[in-house]
Design a protein around this ligand. Structure first.
Ligand code: 7GP
Length: 830
């Protein structure tokens, strides 16, 4: 069955009226929280409202699980080390169609729903794009009524909270569940045990077969917490299952007997550290033992959970396993699941290797999210040998057999073997998790057309030659429920009136807005919504930074993790250039603009932190310079996170997507901003290319070197100093960084940025693209000043984003990777 067909009748249909809702909230205020209406603060109202909602959620969950069990359906299992969920209350209300009911009900109780929603801490169990994509995908899976389960880690602390002190980033621990989280349910009955360390014994079985037995050095427990995932319409409620580590009480007797009492205890403490914190790295490999243990921990728990469920229906008959189970690996972080499944099938279930491999390679599919070499995971073989000795043996066996295959295709070609081997030789022996993932999966995808082409051409060309069908593309998407309907209620209502209410599950319908793009009345209505959203953001900016901004200015937004390849510093250099132009010519002709940033830097990424510092120092100077007035403002909003994105995106006029071509795999913020009527200024990178195709060249500002030009420029021996000496403005701006103009009394405090661009070779071609960027910004300025032209561009952007719903991405996975059917869950007749 086609998944979209089943969506047709999945508009919200839960029938609860205002009075029932109020009664449920009051009941929970009294009976769950032990307080009452007179005493309750916003936090208590939030918890009571969640508890009232959770009644519907859990009923939906029960019914969904029963339906899936009865139908013994094939299901997709989304393995991801990150799920960046954000807040759930508003989303769950929206998806059940109860938002207005709750709003009105709470109002009658004397409570503003906005205050209640603000109480919820973000579930920030992810770093950036990869984690948020996983969250959008499980929303779509539930909405499309596809049997699916997300598997990950129940981090005690999610991504750090960012504070800005004297301009610099400070990391504070995140504690999203300090006072309990109302959505999650602990399932101790489904606890799993995970083995670590130890050694492997080789034995001979009865049939003379070699048997391997892993004697682990320690065992930890994995306790699952379930977060219900409510689909739009409230019919299917899937589960996100997150594993928390606990000590198993298993005692390391060897260590103890040898007198190592403290060491033996330490292992118990270590057990609990496994799920303690999320690694705050984005696009960087974190080569740490604990990280490998985290990865193995959640993969092992999840596989055992899947197998337990499978065996309930199929006992020891493994022949149907690959028909029932597909596992999507969200990047290589869960790649260790491949040898783990092989271990279970070969060592435990006693299948022969070929049968086991036949099953395993029909189960796994892998998504690649980056081409950056520093993000391609590799583990020292030595580390694997210590932590997972049996898995290393299995990886060697997989590799050995694969090398035979390579030899058949390229006989005697040892260079080719070295290139394709899972094991990287030379220095310290390393296990390449990307190669393992490609070899162990039946399908591999990139996340945008351009990126997938580069995966084929540059990253895995020989694999593509060996298995021409394996590498493919699935362009990313975003859930329009959270990223338009819930975060931009005013625009959503305007769209409802114009084209009907079912666009959240059929986003292509937005195209119906295009024919009104030149209609004056509609333009006015659309821009009034934008203006109102800008006013709300201006208040937020004032409250959190003390900076006053005019809503008549262009709100120009760059929100994403801080990384050199994303080039926030290109944006910054251009801001400095504008500042200089204004100082040199007080009549410099430009429409007032507010440049707004949101970004976290990995704590160990010094240059990224320096860029945050520089943005804040420049902001400080510019915002307080009377010669500038309202013409130019710079704002860095601290602690960028999902809930802040939900406030910034609806209020944005310009979307900065300015990565070096070939570096941003896709981007998803670009889609969210365009969907909410921001116009993109961007390079031909990632999904920008596809956004440009959808909106047309007149409705986007494309600039800069293309992928091919980047390659040529570097090949020709790129010298950033040529740009420095030839472009007086570039020189002046870079030299400015060396003075103490922005950092009084601290000359040189911003010099690392200049050094990275001049002395370190400007690896991301900031200077090469500067002039083109600056020229494109002049075009943006011109376009904005023509109110009608701008309104038309804005409407066309919203209208043409249909392709980028995550429902379309999921449909692509369903059709071309997972091959499964939706399983409709019907509501009881009331
Ligand atoms: C990101 C990519 O940088 C971004 O372009 C893409 O839209 C997103 O994944 C979703 O596919 N990658 C990460 O967040 C990341 O950590 C390292 O990649 C593996």
């Amino acid at each position: 069955m086609n998944a979209t067909a089943s969506q047709a009748n999945s508009l919200p249909d839960v029938k609860i009226d205002k009075n029932e809702f109020k009664a449920a909230v009051i009941r929970h205020l009294h009976c769950t929280l032990g307080t009452d209406e007179n005493k309750a603060n916003s936090h208590a109202w939030w918890k009571a409202t969640c508890a009232a909602m959770q009644e519907n959620v859990l009923e939906g969950l029960r019914r969904t699980q029963k339906t899936h069990y009865m139908n013994d359906t094939r299901a997709v299992h989304y393995f991801s080390a990150e799920f960046l969920m954000g807040r759930l209350l508003s989303n769950n209300l929206q998806n059940f169609g109860l938002y207005e009911v709750a709003e009105a009900g709470l109002k009658e109780l004397g409570v503003e729903i906005a205050d209640v929603l603000e109480e919820e801490p973000d579930m920030a169990l992810g770093n950036g794009g990869l984690g948020r994509l996983a969250a959008c995908f499980i929303d779509s899976l539930a909405t499309m009524e596809i049997p699916a389960i997300g598997y990950g880690i129940h981090y005690e602390h999610g991504l750090f909270r960012q504070e800005i002190r004297s301009g610099a980033q400070i990391e504070r621990p995140d504690s999203w569940r300090d006072y309990g989280n109302p959505w999650e349910i602990c399932r101790p009955e489904s606890t799993q045990e995970v083995s670590l360390f130890g050694y492997v014994e080789t034995k001979y079985g009865e049939n003379g077969r070699i048997q391997k037995e892993w004697h682990p050095g320690s065992i930890v427990k994995g306790v699952p917490w379930d977060i219900p995932v409510v689909g739009y319409g409230g019919k299917t409620v899937n589960v996100l299952r997150l594993w928390q580590s606990e000590s198993s009480g298993y005692f390391n007797w060897d260590v103890f007997n040898a007198g190592g009492y403290v060491d033996a205890q330490r292992e118990n403490v270590q057990a609990e550290t496994i799920s303690k914190v999320l690694y705050p790295n984005d696009e960087t490999e974190a080569g740490k033992e604990l990280r490998l243990i985290q990865q193995y921990f959640f993969c092992s728990c999840s596989l055992k959970d899947i197998i337990r469920r499978y065996k309930r229906a199929h006992k020891d008959d493994w022949s149907r396993f690959a028909e029932q189970v597909v596992i999507q690996l969200n990047d290589t972080h869960p790649a260790i699941a491949i040898p783990e499944l092989m271990r279970i099938l070969v060592d435990r279930a006693q299948l022969d290797w070929d049968t086991a491999w036949g099953i395993s390679t029909k189960v796994f599919a892998y998504t690649n999210h980056t081409l950056l070499p520093e993000a391609l995971e590799k583990w020292p073989a030595r580390m694997l040998e210590k932590i997972l000795p049996r898995h290393l043996e299995i990886i060697y066996e997989i590799n050995h057999r694969f090398m035979d295959e390579v030899d058949k295709k390229w006989p005697g070609d040892n260079l080719m073997k070295a290139k394709l081997s899972i094991i990287e030789e030379g220095g310290e022996k390393m296990v390449r998790m990307g190669h393992l993932s490609v070899i162990g999966s039946f399908r591999v995808n990139g996340v945008a057309e351009l990126h997938s082409r580069l995966v084929k051409q540059n990253l895995f060309p020989e694999f593509d030659e060996l298995w021409p069908e394996k590498l493919t593309n699935v362009t990313n998407g975003i859930t329009p429920r959270r990223w338009l309907k819930a975060c931009n209620p005013a625009l959503s209502k305007l769209i409802d009136k114009k084209i009907g209410e079912d666009w959240p599950i059929n986003l292509k319908k937005l195209e119906g807005l295009a024919k009104h793009a030149t209609n004056k009345t509609f333009q006015k209505q659309f821009m009034q919504v934008k203006q109102a959203n800008k006013k709300m953001l201006a208040e937020e900016i004032l409250a959190s930074t003390g900076i006053e901004v005019s809503t008549d200015a262009i709100f120009d937004v760059q929100i994403k993790r801080l990384h050199e390849y994303k080039r926030q510093h290109l944006n910054l250099l251009h801001i400095m250039a504008l500042y200089r132009r204004i100082l040199e010519n007080p009549d410099y002709d430009m429409h007032p603009r507010v440049f707004i940033f949101g970004a976290k830097a990995a704590p160990a990424y010094t240059l990224a932190k320096d860029i945050i510092y520089a943005i804040n120092m420049v902001a400080n100077k510019v915002n307080n310079d009377p010669r500038v007035g309202d013409k130019l403002k710079v704002v860095f909003l601290p602690n960028y996170r999902v809930s802040l994105a939900e406030k910034m995106i609806p209020a944005s006029d310009v979307s900065e997507q300015i990565s070096t071509a070939g570096k941003e795999a896709s981007g998803t913020g670009n889609m969210k901003l365009a969907l909410n009527g921001a116009v993109t200024i961007g390079t031909l990178d990632g999904a920008n290319v596809e956004i440009a195709e959808e909106v047309g060249d007149d409705n986007i500002f494309i600039f800069g070197l293309t992928v091919d030009e980047v390659t040529e420029t570097l090949k020709a021996g790129y010298n950033p100093k040529d740009y420095y000496y030839q472009d007086a403005e570039i020189k002046a701006v870079l030299d400015w960084l060396e003075t103490d103009y922005f950092t009084p009394g601290k000359p040189g405090a911003l010099v690392s940025i200049k050094q990275s661009l001049l002395d370190m070779g400007d690896p991301y071609l900031v200077l090469a693209d500067f002039r083109a960027y600056s020229d494109a910004q002049i075009e943006v300025d011109k376009a904005y000043r023509d109110k009608e032209r701008w309104a038309e561009m804005v409407i066309i952007n919203t209208a043409m984003m249909g392709k980028f719903t995550s429902d379309r991405s999921i449909q692509d996975y369903v059709d071309r990777v997972w091959n499964l059917d939706p399983c409709p869950v019907s509501r009881p007749q009331s």
